[in-house]
Every structure is written in C-alpha cells, then in structure tokens.
Write a protein that binds this ligand. Sequence first.
Ligand code: DX5
Ligand code: ZN
Length: 216
Amino acid sequence: MLLAPSILAADFANLQNEVEMLNKSQADWIHIDIMDGVFVPNISFGIPVCEAIAKYAKKHLDVHLMIINPEKYVDNFARAGANTISVHIEACQHLHRNLQQIRNLGCQAGIAVNPHTSISQLENVIEETDLVCLMSVNPGFGGQKFIPEMITKIEKARKIIDNQKKIISLEVDGGINLNNISKIITAGAEIIVAGQIIFKSTNPEITIKKIKNILK
Ligand code: DX5
Ligand code: ZN
C-alpha cells in the first residue's frame, strides 16, 4: 500500500520546502498533476516545474498527464525525472503505442481512467501497463468530492488486475480523505493519491503518518 501526496495542493511559492517535507515524511511517491487547459478545464504546471521537483525529490515521481497528445511530451517528462507516467485513455488515439513509448523511455506506464469511462476498455491494453489510475473525481481540480459509484469500479478493476499474470498497481485519485480511505482500500486500491487533505492540514507530515497508519 503506497501513499502518493499530490503536489498540486502544495504551496508553489515554497516548492523546495514542500518536496523536502515529503522526503522526510512517510510518503512513498510524489504525485505530479499536469493539466493543459484542453483535456481538463484547468492549467497546472509543466516540464520545468517537474524538473524543479525532481531536483530535490528523493521519492518515486508519479506523473499524471491530463493533456491531449501526450505522446509529444512523454520523453520530456521522462527526462525531467518521471518514474511513472500515466496517460488518459480518453486522450490517446493509439494508447497501445503510447504505453510502449513510455516503457521504452525506462518509465512505468500508467493508464488513467475518467469516472465515466468503462474499465472494460482496458481489456486490450492491460498487458502493456504497469499501473491503472482510477479517477474518483472528474480530473482538473484538487479538493473535489469523491464520487461514491467509484467504489464498485475499483472492485471491478481489482478483479481484472488479479486475473493478469503480471503485477499491475491499482491507484485511486481524487477526493480521498480520512473518512473514505478504508472503503477505498477494502475495494482494492493499492496506491492512494491525496492532495488537499495533506497539504491543507495544519501538519502535513503528521497527516501523512495518520494516512500511512490506516494503510498498514
Ligand atoms: C485531479 C488530480 C488529483 C488531485 C487530487 O485532477 O488528478 O491528483 O490533485 O487532489 P485531492 O486529494 O485534493 O482531491
Ligand atoms: Zn492526479
């Protein structure tokens, strides 16, 4: 069970401190949300900020691309220090090729799935993936409410993944808090992304510790 705090909710004016706090904390990964204002109705930050995070980060960098034409940029993100790169199933004309491209860059390849997208669409690409990122909010913003119907979807995804021979991680992203986390884990999630609940708390390091205790 891994915890991936989402840097989107961090204080961007103190990014170095925020990354150093995550280094010291019990967080496992750092989740980096890239938004282009086209695939999602918001713009976050891009490659130079990812590089700046990588300069100080001592943890696995989990880059979530909420962008169209991700194939144009994955090599830049790999060079910027990404360890895992997830692309949206809804943003890829040639998802199979895109996943191979990510793996050829030496990164783990992830598929991110919007709430409205059926996970049956994973069927023909599952062999090419290392991680499935189920969105439990509509992507674009931090601090949204978890969509309760996503619990059944997590359970379904768990079954699909368990039927595979190779190891594929199941990540859940959006609206996770101390009250719903147990349900999400029981449904089958292995990697928990959490933004606002961590960074907007009075002591993010302690909140990370609290979440990790639930994940144990
Ligand atoms: C949403 C992003 C999430 C977001 C999670 O588009 O992909 O990673 O930062 O943030 P919280 O935990 O605040 O919902
Ligand atoms: Zn994300």
